[in-house]
Design a protein around this ligand. Structure first.
Ligand SMILES: [Zn+2]
Length: 107
């Protein structure tokens, strides 16, 4: 198995400035024994991309890029969240969330 290092395009600015590591698709065999017989099952591990850095072009963080690529968040969500956080900070929010006074950002 060869692990490849590649610069992938940033989902925010489309500049290939994000360091990533590509783990190629892999075929594995699993041998299970049942009632004196061994059964070989084949299964594939899909290609995996590991993000190693943030974007060197627009400065987005590794976490933000990961979230968007995984489909956990849309680019809009990240932008909205950041905007919300900036708004809160403008109102004097310190960024510290306490137990009793919970601040929930986003829906
Ligand atoms: Zn970027």
């Amino acid at each position: 198995m060869t692990i490849e290092f590649r610069k992938i395009p940033c989902p925010f600015c489309n500049v290939p400035a994000v360091d990533s590591q590509i783990f190629p698709k892999e075929i594995r065999y699993k041998i299970s024994r049942a009632a004196g017989r061994s059964i070989t099952t084949t299964y594939a591990i899909p290609e995996k991309t590991e993000i190693l850095s943030g974007c060197l072009s627009c400065g987005k963080s590794k976490t933000e890029i990961k979230d968007v690529l995984k489909g956990n968040k849309s680019i809009l969500d990240v932008k909205k969240r950041k905007k919300r956080l900036e708004d809160l900070k403008a109102l004097g929010f310190s960024g510290v969330i306490t137990k009793n006074k919970q601040v929930i950002i986003g829906e």
